[in-house]
Design a protein around this ligand. Structure first.
Ligand SMILES: *Cc1c(COP(=O)(O)O)cnc(C)c1O
Length: 394
């Protein structure tokens, strides 16, 4: 068994060796600027064009519909602010789900300061957005809806195609943050019927700091970064050629093994869920049981603090998360778990284990082995647990 058991693939994944090798020439001898007209520039341009063609084909899009960005957060920002500012004469209302990633939620809050009205629609206890809840929130002012394809904390996969049919009739733009799904479950922009879709390379074994936004032909965006005319005037700045080549390589490789890795991860996921639920009482599985990302497991253990659980696991060489990396370190429980209707004290006891292509069965068994002891030890220290134990006995 590896010394470190890495079960935090939803926060980032290790870059593949082949991806690094595809990138290296563009960080060394092939350093030309794609906008330059001499040969080195043209070679960089050719690599960029090839990558854009690959990414577009893999998503069911056209090359001109792909805008490369510096990651998933920037793609989300460009989609939401870009569409909001381009459409503000048509209306000022935007709808997002209440369990979006902070890259969408904080962007929406920022837009509130600029006069936009945001509706945060609820989800059910398993994290699903209901199309009728969305329909009820639409007003004549609604210009944009943003609902993530799958949630990073609980793994629930939304009915995006169904939602897009609803919005299409009303010609409201539809953005989906697909950072957790691209490379892991099939994502085709035609099938999903979305206008805007965000992805990020480091979530599918590519480099950090590079992502893309799919922008359907005809959708206008106000750029966030002004300057040179790169990315068809939608994102200025000399392109991150090496990163973009890495993104395209990583996406191709992820999709070539998507079915085999997916089914292996589903088996390991079920093994982990069953193993933990059977041995640790007062435990809940967060998210939807079947409509969820392969490899995403999220629990709440009553009467414990998620942070102490993480530290205890870390001492045994197991890297896990309490939910989103962006909120860890804060005392507030996750907004996603609260949106499911969990009370604060239960939401505090969360543990997210996200498996990856290298995860071994022995690693899952190790977690199933050590977790009951850690949870029990922490519960023994909790005054709440004593009180509850007494009330159970009486
Ligand atoms: C990781 C993540 C992001 C942010 O992507 P970065 O490339 O890290 O900026 C956005 N949305 C979701 C759902 C994510 O999981």
């Amino acid at each position: 068994m590896k010394e470190q058991i890495y079960l935090d693939h939803a926060s980032t994944t290790p870059m593949r060796r082949e991806v690094l090798e595809a990138m290296l020439p563009f960080m060394a001898e092939q350093y030309g600027n794609p906008s330059s007209i001499y040969r080195m520039g043209r070679e960089a341009r050719a690599a960029l064009d090839r990558s854009r063609d690959q990414v577009a084909a893999l998503l069911g899009a056209e090359a001109r519909e792909i805008v490369f960005t510096a990651g998933g957060s920037e793609a989300d920002n460009l989609a939401i602010k870009g569409a909001a500012f381009a459409r503000r004469r048509r209306g000022n209302h935007i709808i997002v789900s209440s369990i979006e990633h902070p890259a969408v939620l904080d962007t929406s809050r920022q837009l509130e300061k600029h006069g936009f009205e945001i509706t945060y629609i609820p989800v059910d206890a398993e994290g699903l957005v209901h199309p009728d809840a969305l329909a009820a929130a639409i007003t004549p002012e609604t210009i944009l809806v943003s609902i993530m394809h799958a949630n990073n904390e609980i793994g629930t996969i939304q009915p995006i195609a169904e939602i897009s049919r609803l919005l299409r009739e009303k010609s409201i733009l539809f953005h989906t943050d697909a950072v957790q799904t691209v490379g892991h479950v099939p994502v085709n922009v035609q099938d999903l019927g979305v206008d805007l879709l965000s992805l990020s390379a480091h979530k599918f074994y590519g480099p950090k700091g590079v992502g893309a936004l799919y922008v359907k032909q005809g959708v206008r965006l106000e750029p966030l970064v002004n300057g040179g005319g790169q990315e068809r005037q939608r994102r200025a700045g000399t392109e991150n050629v090496a990163g973009i080549v890495g993104l395209a390589t990583a996406l191709g490789m992820a999709l070539s093994e998507i079915d085999s890795v997916g089914s292996r991860l589903r088996n390991l996921q079920n093994r982990l869920i069953d193993g933990v639920m059977e041995t640790i009482p007062h435990t809940r599985l967060n998210g939807h049981r079947t409509r969820r990302l392969p490899g995403n497991v999220s629990f709440c253990f009553e009467f414990i603090e998620g942070e102490s659980l993480l530290l205890n696991l870390d001492m045994l060489g197991i890297a896990a998360s309490s939910g989103s990396a962006c909120t860890s370190g804060s005392l507030e429980p996750s907004h996603v778990l609260l949106a499911l209707g969990l009370p604060h004290e239960i939401a505090h006891g969360s543990l997210r284990l996200t498996l990856g292509r290298d995860t071994q069965e022995a690693e899952i068994d190790r977690v199933i082995d050590v977790l009951p002891g850690i949870v029990d030890k922490l519960r023994q220290m909790s005054p709440l647990y004593d009180a509850k134990a007494v009330s159970y006995r009486s």
